[in-house]
Design a protein around this ligand. Structure first.
Ligand code: HEC
Length: 144
């Protein structure tokens, strides 16, 4: 084998090990029983949105929701989006009392952290954008 081939082969092996490690880690993170109700830790209840610029907050929340969330949660937030139908765990319905009874901090934390098929959005959106989404989810919960 030439030097280059050896180098290429070891790179493949190294990245293979890296990937295996990565997915094992992921499996560990997402080990949960999907029947368990999703409970946020108590400390998040103290989180409050520092952004109160309605209706701007709502308009921006709606825009983000339509682009990134409606595919699973549905335009109206009933958990009936086209992509959600194929999932084992159904996307949340924001009109559900279980969601409405939660603190804003809890909803913010869940959007940030994700669970199972619900992607984590912590590194995708700024804090402000995630609070805009919380405001919009609250708004949806109030509509019929
Ligand atoms: C790929 C599908 C998918 C997308 C995209 C998605 N979600 Fe979800 N979402 C889910 C699923 C599935 C659950 C239920 C997870 C569980 O209970 O384990 C969920 C749960 C939630 C919950 C928790 C409700 C509760 O109290 O249990 C919130 C809040 C939420 N999603 C908000 C959002 C927002 C905001 C976006 C867009 C930024 C979004 N989701 C995008 C699938 C999705």
């Amino acid at each position: 084998m030439s030097k280059n081939k050896i180098l290429a082969a070891s790179l493949i092996i190294i990245s293979g090990v890296g990937l295996a490690g990565f997915s094992a880690e992921n499996k560990h993170d997402y080990h949960f029983n999907s029947q368990d109700p999703w409970k946020a830790p108590a400390w998040v209840d103290t989180l409050k949105s520092p952004y109160h610029d309605e209706p701007l907050t709502l308009a921006q929340g709606e825009e983000l929701f339509t682009l990134y969330c409606a595919s699973c949660h549905g335009d109206g937030g009933y958990g009936d989006g086209a992509a959600g139908g194929a999932l084992g765990q159904k996307p949340a319905n924001f009109h559900d009392t279980l969601v409405k009874a939660q603190s804003d901090g809890s909803v913010f934390w869940k959007i940030s952290t994700g669970r199972g098929n619900m992607p984590p959005f912590k590194d995708v959106f700024t804090d402000e954008q995630r609070w805009q989404l919380v405001a919009y989810i609250r708004h949806l919960g109030k509509t019929e």
